[in-house]
Design a protein around this ligand. Structure first.
Ligand code: 17E
Ligand code: FE2
Length: 410
């Protein structure tokens, strides 16, 4: 072996040694009887597959305040501000911010990212830049790009053409925003169109779906029905689905049955949606985060995303997936022991399911040696303390090291 990491603890609590060679995991077992060029003792610390950022907008990251701050804190003001900012996009501008953001993520243990790229801007600058970035970083971090029509697939007559052009250029997934189309009919039609395109170009689907507090916004059922009929199932993801938090329980129960049949993935973005939603409410004020706990209890695949890092929709954000998991624990009231563990899965293995990573992900013998070490002994401690990711191994190589903060009482 080139390297043996001794005395680590897997997220499920198992104590193991992990042996790496040639960029591949060669052994995962307790008390590994083998020699290595280099050994590292983890002293019982958590060794985990990398974090998966299943939902972020790299094209708008690091633009908060440009050209102005989002004062209302609503989705709609965010779209307006981005509409202004995107007039001055250049390839260099997008690439620089995207790579800076990816570095921020990787140094905190993220090695798999799904980013949306706005394709309702006529030069497709955001998309072209993110496709270049996907290629430029592929040796250390894996990026998927979703062609996302921020202004609506039917928001202007050219938008559908732009979407198709984006798929021809190589976007990994078809996106959408049915709740933002001009009419309910357009929203339904857009979902059918997205499925048609995904099948024609053989791509994944990830739709911004029902990101609104309107209890009448019901495009999730359309997405689920299309997933059932097309057989695309787990190749489909519904992002945000915040209106699900406002549906009456009679309808939610019926919908859950359909979702169970559909086998689609869900992404909640609790950091941003707890700030974005409920803005039209007085008190009691809704939380506006989808029914994460109930979807999880039903056995559906739920992952968690940051959505934004300092952009027109969310001025905050750190790139730390433990912040996201911690917010989910709080907002979704997932404080049971198994529930906290589930929130850790939502930023690791469930994210990998959403991204359809398959065999490329996980701490099993024969898989690419992507793994992280944390300054914590369990997922619970990692989330509770937002523990430092001390080592990030990408393709068997140590990519980044971070020392935990040192405190000295005087
Ligand atoms: N665009 C959108 O429609 N919704 C969001 N949450 C973001 C961008 C960040
Ligand atoms: Fe989003």
């Amino acid at each position: 072996m080139e390297l043996i990491l001794r005395d680590g603890r897997l997220p499920n609590g198992e104590a193991v040694d992990i042996g790496l060679e040639g960029g591949v995991i060669r052994a995962v077992e307790p008390n590994l009887k083998a020699e290595a060029g280099q050994e590292m003792s983890l002293a019982g610390q958590l060794i985990s597959p990398p974090f998966v950022e299943s939902h972020i907008h790299l094209d708008s990251a690091l633009t908060a305040g440009q050209p102005r701050w989002n004062q209302s804190g609503t989705l709609f003001e965010g779209i307006e501000i981005w509409g202004d900012r995107k007039q001055s996009l250049t390839l260099e501008d997008v690439k620089e911010r995207a790579i800076a953001t990816l570095k921020l993520q990787a140094q905190q243990g993220v090695l798999f990212v799904r980013s949306h790229a706005d394709v309702s801007e006529p030069s497709l600058t955001a998309l072209k830049a993110l496709l270049e970035v996907r290629d430029a970083v592929k040796d250390w971090i894996a990026v998927q790009v979703v062609a996302f029509p921020q202004d609506g697939l039917y928001g202007s007559p050219k938008n559908l053409e732009l979407m198709e052009e984006a798929l021809k250029l190589g976007a990994d997934a078809v996106g959408g925003i049915p709740h933002y189309e001009m009419t309910r009919e357009d929203g339904v039609q857009s979902v059918h169109q997205i499925f048609e395109l995904a099948q024609r170009y053989d791509r994944l689907i990830d739709i911004h779906c029902d990101e609104i507090d309107d209890d009448q916004s019901r495009f999730l059922e359309v997405v689920a029905a299309c997933a059932v009929r097309s057989g695309l199932g787990s190749r489909v993801t519904a992002s945000h689905t915040t209106a699900f938090a406002s549906y009456n329980n009679a309808y939610a129960t019926k919908l859950m049955g359909l979702l169970g049949r559909s086998n689609i993935n869900f992404i909640a973005n609790p950091l941003i949606n707890i700030t974005l939603q409920g803005r039209a409410d007085t008190y009691p004020k809704r939380r506006g985060v989808t029914r994460v706990k109930e979807l999880w209890q039903r056995g559906l695949n739920v992952s968690l995303g940051h959505d934004c890092i300092q952009d027109p929709w969310y001025n905050l954000g750190t790139g730390n997936m433990l912040d996201v998991a911690s917010m989910a624990v709080h907002v979704c009231q997932m404080t049971g022991q198994d529930e906290i563990a589930a929130c850790y899965d939502m930023i690791t293995t469930n994210g990998a399911n959403t991204l359809a990573l398959g065999e490329a992900y996980g701490l099993d013998v024969g898989k690419p040696a992507n793994l992280i070490v944390l300054d914590a002994d369990s997922p619970y401690e990692a989330i509770r303390r937002r523990a430092t990711v001390t080592h990030v191994f990408s393709r068997g190589k140590l990519l980044v090291e971070t020392k935990p903060a040192e405190v000295r009482w005087r």
